[in-house]
Structure formats: structure tokens, C-alpha cells
Ligand binder design. Structure first.
Ligand code: TK8
Length: 340
């Protein structure tokens, strides 16, 4: 009986400061916190460099009170797994491609339509505008908060069989795709044999010949060393993939206004830096991959047009599923950039 009376208050005390993150409310509204952040790419990848910038900014803006611990190379899991960890409050930050999130928010799939954006500026206009914002607003009901878009970028195809110069050249190629139905159906339409796979499994699948090829931006092809197991690089630039900066809503709701602002500003500033680095590194990666002996080919605009035509039925079908109005809004934004 006595023990209960002694135990209860100390339990209450324990739970009041138990998380280790709430012990001192301080005058500036910033507490000692550790933010666990994970991504799929390496530290050397532009995404990794963006995360290091985010860390630097958060630590600087919080006077060293908020610390970011970065985990690279999918050591905390792949995009889907880390996103689930955020939902469960087991991890604070991740920056996945939007593509594997379509199972949760189908509308993210509009970014997966091939050949929508001709350049980065068109993508930024959509992502940083009303369409991009509308999609971020769909995150909180899934226990996630989106602080903006970073850049994975335009994807090109590598494979071990043949140069891909025409739509016909896709026929029979076993391709790894992201876990995304638009990508799967589009590559099937071109006659390839796509299989969805998590990012961290790709190198081994290419090395062992489980698949013949994959598609990713050039900086990823370089940092993942795909050139060591792939002979051909075809500059298809067939689709632009954004990264989305995600925070666990459980964590977010526990932050003070000041702390939320620090996170938000840091994610945006680091994102701006990350996009710049990404463009530069993709250019450098092309030179590097050439030097390393990959057989690189471009795709003629007429051939691109044919590929686009071939997959149009897929795009049309998914536009219906994701919301024709939303797709129209996206295309109108793109048109506005083109008219400038
Ligand atoms: C990294 C992934 C990756 C993506 C893919 O976590 O899976 O191919 O392009 O870079 O988001």
C-alpha cells in the first residue's frame, strides 16, 4: 500500500520528462531535441548534400539545441518503410521520392506521368505553386507534414542489353521500376517487363541479372555505381521525380511555433541549395559516366514523341483516376511557363 503512494508521483514525474525532449521549456521556445532523418541515397548524392545542409541550418538556427542525425543509404529502410516510421513517430524526417507514396495519396501520381515537364523550371512552377501545395495538404491526415519539394530529377534508362533509341527498343527488357503503378503500366505499354522493387535492392538485382535495367537520374547512376553493372545509358529523360520533405506529424505537433519555423525554413533553404547542387551534379555525372566507359546515346525528338504517344492511353486512364481537374491545373501551369 505504502509503495503505491511512493511510486505514483515518481511515475508521473518520469512520464512528464520521459521523452527526453520536453524537459525544459525555455524562454526562446526552443528545446534540446534530436531529429532522426533518413534517406535512400548516399551522403555523396545531391540528396545527401541537401540533408547535410538541412542539419547545418537547423543546428545553426536553434543555437545548437536541435540536433539532426542523418542516416544515408537506406540504413533506416527504403522510402516506404521510413515514411511508415514517421507515421508511427519512430523517426522524425525523411525525403522520399513522391512515386512510392501513391499507394497512400494517389494524386501524387500526377508527377509520374512521363514527358510532362520539359525542364526544371516547369517542374518548380507546378511543385512550388498551387498544385504542389494542394498535394502537401493531403499529408496531415496520414500523420505526415510536408515542408516542400526537393529534386530527384529527370530519369534516364540504363541496361545491360542494348542502346534504347526507339520505342521498340524497350521490348522484352526486364526493368526495375519504383513501386508505382503509372511507371509499371507505362513501361509495360512500351513492351518492357517491369517489376517494382525498393531502391536498396536495385544494385544487386542488376548485378545478378534479375533485371536487365533500371531508370534514375544520372547522379544516382553515378553514386550507386550502376555503371559497374550496366553497359548502356540512354538519355530518355522520360519523367521528372520530385522528392518530398516529410516530417512526422506526431513530432511536429509537439514542436513550439519557433521550432516549427526553424524546421520549415531549414527545409526550404536546404531545398533551394539541393536543387542547385542537383542540376550541377547531374551534368558532372554525365561526363563521369562517359569517362567510365558507359555506352551513352541520346534519343531523337521524333522517337520521344513516339514513346509519348505509345503511353498516352496509360496517362489518360490515370488522369481519370487521379482527378482530371488536378491534371488540367498542372498542365495549365506548365503552359504558362512555356508561353513566357
Ligand atoms: C531514394 C529513392 C530513389 C528513387 C528510386 O530513396 O527508388 O529509384 O529514384 O532515389 O527515392
Amino acid at each position: 500500500r505504502l509503495a503505491v503512494g511512493v511510486l505514483l508521483p515518481s511515475l508521473l514525474l518520469l512520464s512528464a520528462c520521459g521523452s527526453g525532449q520536453n524537459e525544459s521549456a525555455s524562454a526562446d521556445g526552443i528545446q534540446e531535441r534530436t531529429i532522426k532523418a533518413g534517406i535512400g541515397n548516399s551522403k555523396m548524392h545531391p540528396q545527401g548534400k541537401g540533408m547535410e545542409k538541412f542539419k547545418e541550418l537547423v543546428e545553426e538556427k536553434s543555437g545548437g539545441k536541435m540536433k539532426v542525425q542523418n542516416f544515408f543509404d537506406a540504413t533506416l529502410g527504403d522510402d516506404q518503410k521510413m515514411t511508415e516510421a514517421l507515421q508511427g513517430g519512430l523517426q522524425e524526417v525523411t525525403v522520399p521520392s513522391t512515386s512510392p507514396l501513391v499507394g497512400m495519396i494517389k494524386e501524387f501520381g500526377i508527377y509520374d506521368f512521363p514527358f510532362v515537364f520539359n525542364n526544371e523550371e516547369e517542374a518548380y512552377t507546378v511543385l512550388d505553386g498551387t498544385v504542389g501545395k494542394k498535394l502537401l495538404e493531403k499529408l496531415p491526415v496520414h500523420d505526415l507534414v510536408g515542408l516542400g519539394y526537393w529534386e530527384n530529377g529527370f530519369r534516364s534508362l540504363t541496361n545491360s542489353k542494348q542502346p534504347v533509341k526507339t520505342a521498340e527498343d524497350f521490348k522484352g527488357l526486364k526493368l526495375r521500376t519504383m513501386q508505382n503503378e503509372v511507371h509499371l503500366d507505362a513501361f509495360s505499354k512500351l513492351g518492357a517487363n517491369p517489376s517494382p522493387m525498393a531502391f536498396s535492392e536495385v544494385f544487386t538485382a542488376l548485378e545478378t541479372g534479375t533485371v536487365d535495367g533500371q531508370e534514375n537520374p544520372l547522379a544516382t547512376i553515378q553514386t550507386q555505381k550502376y555503371n559497374e553493372v550496366q553497359e548502356y545509358l540512354s538519355l530518355t529523360n522520360h519523367v521528372y521525380t520530385p522528392f518530398v520533405f516529410l516530417v512526422s506529424k506526431k513530432f511536429w505537433d509537439d514542436l513550439s511555433e519557433q521550432e516549427q519555423e526553424i524546421m520549415s525554413e531549414a527545409a526550404q533553404e536546404a531545398g533551394k541549395y539541393q536543387r542547385e547542387v542537383n542540376q550541377k551534379e547531374n551534368e558532372k555525372a554525365l561526363k563521369y559516366l562517359k569517362k567510365e566507359g558507359m555506352k551513352i546515346n541520346e534519343v531523337e525528338p521524333e522517337e520521344m514523341e513516339k514513346m509519348k504517344k505509345a503511353i498516352q492511353p496509360v496517362t489518360d486512364e490515370y488522369a481519370q483516376k487521379f482527378g482530371p481537374d488536378l491534371v488540367e491545373e498542372m498542365m495549365n501551369e506548365v503552359e504558362k511557363v512555356r508561353e513566357k
